[in-house]
Ligand binder design. Structure first.
Ligand code: CTP
Length: 407
């Protein structure tokens, strides 16, 4: 149910902070990707190391840490999530949120986020019942902030009453309900956007019966077209020859050669985003050979080749109808990231998704992929994942980049 949902967990300072560890485990078991920010008080109760071990990512703690900011600016941290979950939400965090106070990384991310926020309050009963907290709660509810708990019972401070952090499984259930309600309401951040994807190999005719080809299966490109369409984009897939069926809700144009692929891409413009995944043949025959080359016509023929047009570079260079975001792929067998950075600069695209296709990885033609997302100033190493999971993650990133839907 939570597959690939991105939860930004803010761990406040309170005795219940230890329960955040179990919460992370339960969310991840269900497929969610959890990234955590801890308040300074939160780190007094659980260590960033425990949180990082369970999320599989660094636990962010410090607004003014240059390393944290260089790795992941606080704005990006607050935006790259589908839900921001504050657990435990202390009285102090609730007060800061209600009044827009941003004094550390957690409160700054809460003020900077444009994503839905859910709080799981946890505090002493008198603090919970205090008019100030109740006033803040009303403000937060007026702001549309979601809430789970608190529960009632014995509190760590020895008193009993309202103020217990909701049970971990109740928080998980609230998160699941949030996502299922949202998917029913239509999770379509790319609605009104147009996407263009190239995929598969190209076939370059040597003569009417022979061609130059490569081992591209088309799977990654097809998965990306499908993922973009699933998020609401009006998607055109320009595909070289593959054995794959047309993806659902995608307008698929089948072509053979690089030149046909280029023409079909130009016909599909304008587009908000272009993702060039095709393994376009670098060369084609210099001359059209209309008759089959015969074996007995003498020595083996010398194939005279000329370079094919570069579709990715061509789309990046368009003057009036350049897609706002142009994404290329780079399949490399060594120096993967460095070559990808060079390729990005050379082809003037915005992002390059780089993968290592050296034979030892077994990636070429397989169902899994391990990629690095190279942008103008960052490199993200994504964990090994299925090609469809890579596609969904990339589609989400594209949606985040393009911003709010246009319809
Ligand atoms: N590409 C393209 N048109 C071409 C060649 C490549 O659109 N004629 C795109 C691919 O779809 C991919 C990216 O360019 O997004 C990288 O292609 P690649 O063939 O790896 O780059 P080259 O410039 O050919 O570099 P090399 O083969 O030397 O690694």
């Amino acid at each position: 149910m939570l597959q690939d949902k991105r939860v930004l967990l803010i761990v406040g300072g309170g005795i219940a902070a230890y329960k955040a560890l179990d919460l992370i485990r339960r969310l991840r078991e269900r497929g969610a990707r959890v990234r955590a920010i801890m308040t300074r008080a939160g780190t007094e109760f659980v260590t960033p190391l425990s949180v990082a071990s369970l999320t599989g990512e660094k636990a962010y703690t410090d607004l003014f840490s240059l390393t944290d900011e260089a790795e992941m600016g606080h704005i990006r941290l607050s935006r790259e999530a589908d839900l921001v979950l504050v657990a435990p939400a202390t009285a102090d965090l609730m007060a800061s949120m209600a009044h827009g106070i941003a004094r550390d990384l957690a409160t700054t991310a809460l003020l900077a986020t444009d994503k839905p926020v859910m709080i799981a309050p946890s505090m002493n009963v008198q603090m919970w019942l205090h008019p100030a907290t109740q006033r803040n709660l009303r403000i937060l509810e007026g702001d549309g902030i979601l809430r789970v708990g608190p529960g009632s019972g014995d509190l760590a401070c020895g008193e009993s009453g309202d103020g217990r952090l909701a049970e971990v499984m109740d928080i998980v259930a609230a998160v699941e309900t949030f996502f299922s309600a949202r998917s029913k309401a239509g999770d379509q951040p790319l609605a009104g956007r147009r996407a263009l994807v190239t995929a598969g190999p190209t076939h370059e005719a040597i003569d009417p019966v022979r061609y130059i080809a490569n081992r591209s299966s088309g799977k990654q490109g097809y998965a990306i077209a499908q993922a973009l369409a699933a998020l609401g984009a009006e998607t055109t897939l320009v595909s070289g020859p593959t054995v794959l069926p047309d993806p659902d809700r995608v307008f698929t144009v089948r072509v053979e050669s690089a030149r046909e692929m280029l023409a079909a891409c130009e016909a599909a413009l304008p587009a908000d985003v272009a993702v060039c995944v095709a393994a376009v043949a670098d060369w084609r025959m210099a001359d059209d050979t209309r008759q089959k080359i015969k074996k007995n016509s003498g020595a083996p023929p010398a194939l005279k080749l000329v370079e094919n047009p570069d579709i990715l570079a061509g789309l990046s260079a368009r003057a009036n109808d350049r897609p706002r975001l142009v994404v290329g792929f780079a399949a490399e067998t060594q120096n993967v990231v460095a070559y990808a950075q060079a390729k990005r600069a050379k082809k003037h695209c915005d992002w390059i998704v780089a993968n290592d296709v050296s034979p030892a990885t077994g990636i070429m033609g397989g169902d899994d992929n391990t990629v690095h997302l190279v942008t103008a100033d960052t490199v993200e190493d994504w964990p090994p994942a299925s090609k469809s999971a890579v596609a969904e993650r990339l589609a989400r990133r594209i949606a985040d980049h393009l911003g709010e839907p246009t319809v």
